[in-house]
Ligand binder design. Structure first.
Ligand code: MN
Length: 225
């Protein structure tokens, strides 16, 4: 498995490289956003570790560019961020990163997150086709359509929507979603779920299908609300 680390801080690069190599990952290093973008294109990594404050192209902008490129969109991005308040911006809306880790991070925790992301990327694809109202999801073509129009989603959004659709009408707690969509077992910030739900709602503006928030409980996808 190949990991591209985009980080301008040489000490953090060194620390990450050491820990990743120990876990038998192949490591590619980029020290600014421009280099990160070209290495993402050239080396087709399995995952990108992305710092936010970067010279030339910052991490937010780089993430946006990667996720809007059809050839690169599928590569999961794990963001390294200093500020927790940035989480909504990073994971939700147009950025579509898979997850984030706040600095200073523990290398052990980071490796666990990386493995969890790769594990869920790795799951063999079934060829499910799901429908709810005017919404359709096709695992074969990796397409989600609202009233016949394709809505591009990131891989995590796709998996989240698939799980919600499979469990249509059922209340799903954040813990349930984290466990089944993200593959985490505990102690993960549930804002990850909230941010992805927010972004899904924005990207699939269906009139017939709603993802409702059940306050204090979780989420529920339902038809014809
Ligand atoms: Mn930096």
């Amino acid at each position: 498995m190949k990991i591209l680390v985009v980080e301008d801080n040489k000490d953090i690069q060194k620390l990450l490289r050491l820990n990743l190599i120990q876990e038998n990952f192949e490591v590619i290093q980029a020290f600014d956003g421009e280099e990160g973008l070209s290495l993402a294109k050239e080396s087709s990594p399995d995952l990108i570790l992305l710092d936010i404050n970067l010279p030339k192209i910052n991490g937010i902008e780089l993430c946006r560019q990667l996720k809007s490129n059809p050839a690169l969109r599928h590569i999961p991005i794990l963001i390294l961020t200093v500020r927790k308040e940035e989480v909504d911006r990073i994971i939700g809306f147009e950025l579509g990163a898979e997850d984030y880790v706040a600095k200073p991070f523990s290398p052990r925790e980071l490796i666990l997150r990386i493995k969890a992301i790769l594990r869920r990327q790795d799951k063999p694809q079934g060829f499910l086709r799901l429908e709810a109202g005017d919404l359709s999801l096709d695992e074969n073509s990796f397409e989600v359509k609202v009233a016949g129009k394709v809505k591009p989603l990131t891989s995590t959004e796709f998996k989240l929507l698939k799980y919600l659709m499979l469990n249509k009408g059922r209340l799903l707690s954040r813990e349930n979603l984290l466990h089944n969509v993200w593959g985490y077992n505990h102690e993960i910030d549930s804002r990850t779920v909230d941010a992805h739900i927010k972004s899904l709602r924005r990207k699939i503006p269906s009139r017939k299908v709603k993802i409702a928030t059940i306050i204090g409980m979780g989420y529920k996808l339902s038809e014809d609300v």
